[in-house]
Design a protein around this ligand. Structure first.
Ligand code: C2O
Ligand code: CU
Ligand code: CU
Length: 490
């Protein structure tokens, strides 16, 4: 681990006032590094991932009851390489049924970790997970039917970085914790004692659970770290249950180099990124030209009645979530890259099948009564897709192995992040328009609001009826509530 001086800066912190913001920050906490489980050098025996309850202080001074994977809160950053097979032993010590899904991986349905691969309390699930895809940032999280939202919120989530020969040889920063940082962004709610809380209400069912406090790698934002003089790489996951985040840089535009499924064809410069729950983006920050720069995060993305809250985050509604402070140490000296990957434009004429999906918010159901009745868990049967709530016993679509298809998704209300298992796709249109340049590479998430969102997708791995893939809204409360469907590939 690198030496780091943790500066206490004045002015970099954001003062937040008002009821309900007792845990907001005035100082700058050190950016925690998530422990890396590095398999790049080779794998001996099986790789344990142990899911268990823990207690964790997010920085409020109180011990929160959490779940963790090989730790008290969240899981490790697993780093592996294309061509490896990862022999995981997923041990369920949380005292309740669970599953662990590898979000973003191109793997067959029987090792995907969806709702059908339940792990009973005390049991161990031992999938051999083949890594065939290109370099990309993926993640894993609970996908337990009806309980994914609460279990993931409690901490059952981790990052899975895939490298390949090209990414390891690329002229990009890649020293973990020095010039290459993995950031897990989440929003939390804390009770008056500083303990993490999660309470389902009718409103939470409708919007999904949104906390009022930003967390970076399990610690209250804002956080800061020193970095050498050079390029710095941030690999960012939005692991919120329901909240869209708007990301920008304090100084200059955001330089995006990769999306969910791998590198963009070339770096995309943008004023801001609208990032849904489940999405990943990699950005490069040039620390040769500035002494400090900050990753700004705002809660006001994606609509919703968040204006007042955004206001509390400071003038522009954005908070300096992570501040990078340059030292005199020479760092990664490469230039901002030009070409990153060979990506041709998606060709919709390759598609032989078109499917349409209409997300459905569940109309007049009394969500408040259901929240009470279900004892803080979601039950399915309220929201749906194409008029039907998720049913574990019903296969909704059958896809032919190797086919290229167009999937079109629409909704009558709210902004939703739609996700498909077992693939990466290309976005043809998002909310009726061309996607921003940073979302034109490999993706497994697409935003759906007004107008059709269309993706071009090919399914290359089998998923039988007893281990189907899922497609769903990645607002986890919507997913648990039934906004999910199942498909086979064969
Ligand atoms: Cu990230 Cu079906 O999930
Ligand atoms: Cu997934
Ligand atoms: Cu949704």
């Amino acid at each position: 681990m690198n030496r780091r001086a943790f500066l206490q800066t004045s002015g970099a912190g954001v003062v937040m006032a008002g009821a309900g913001f007792a845990w907001a920050q005035t100082g700058l906490r050190p950016l925690p590094l998530i422990p890396m489980l590095d398999l790049l050098g080779g794998i001996e025996g099986r790789v344990p991932l142990t899911l268990k309850p823990g207690t964790h202080d997010f920085g409020t001074g109180a011990a929160s009851e959490t779940f963790g994977i090989n730790g008290a809160y969240l899981g490790p950053v697993v780093r592996a390489k294309q061509g490896q097979t990862l022999p995981f032993d997923v041990e369920n010590g949380i005292g309740d049924v669970t599953t662990l899904h590898w979000h973003g991986l191109h793997i067959p349905g029987d090792v995907d970790g969806g709702p059908h691969q339940e792990i009973a309390p005390g049991e161990t699930w031992s999938p051999d997970v083949p890594i065939v895809q290109r370099a990309s940032m993926n993640w894993f999280h609970s996908h337990t039917h009806g309980k994914a939202a609460q279990q993931t919120y409690n901490g059952l989530a981790g990052v899975l970085l895939i490298e390949d020969d090209a990414s390891l040889a690329a002229d990009l920063p890649q020293t973990y914790g020095v010039d290459d940082f993995t950031l897990v962004l989440q929003d939390k709610m804390f009770d008056g004692n500083g303990a993490m809380s999660y309470v389902l209400t009718g409103e939470v069912f409708e919007d999904g659970f949104e906390g009022d406090t930003l967390i970076v790698n399990g610690t209250l934002a804002p956080v800061g770290t020193t970095v050498p003089t050079g390029l710095v790489r941030l690999r960012i996951l939005n692991a919120c249950n329901a909240r869209f985040l708007t990301l920008s840089m304090d100084t200059g535009p955001v330089t995006v180099i990769a999306s969910d499924g791998g590198f963009l064809s070339s770096a995309a410069e943008t004023e801001s990124i609208l990032m849904s729950p489940g999405e990943r983006y990699e950005v490069l920050v040039d620390m040769r030209t500035v002494e400090t720069n900050s990753l700004m995060v705002s809660f006001d993305g994606g609509g919703g009645p968040l204006g007042f809250l955004a206001g509390l985050f400071g003038g522009g509604g954005a908070m300096a979530a992570l501040t990078l402070m340059r030292t005199a140490d020479p760092g990664f000296s490469g230039a901002m890259p030009d070409a990153l990957a060979n990506l041709s434009a998606p060709d919709p004429t390759e598609a032989t099948v078109t499917r349409s999906f209409q997300l459905d918010m569940g109309g007049d159901a009394d969500l408040a009564a259901l929240a009470l009745a279900w004892g803080n868990f979601c039950g399915d049967g309220v929201m749906g897709i194409n008029g039907q709530p998720m049913n574990m016993a019903r296969i909704d679509e059958d896809v032919r192995l190797g086919d290229t298809e167009i999937w079109r998704i629409s909704v009558d209300d709210m902004l939703h992040p739609f996700h498909i298992h077992g693939c990466s796709f290309r976005i043809l249109s998002q909310q009726g328009a061309a996607p921003p340049a940073y979302a034109q590479g490999w993706k497994d998430m697409v935003h759906v609001e007004e107008g059709w969102s269309e993706v071009l997708v090919r399914f290359d791995y089998p998923a039988p009826a007893d281990a189907p893939y899922m497609y769903h809204c990645h607002i986890l409360e919507h997913e648990d509530c039934g906004m999910m469907g199942q498909f086979t590939v064969g």
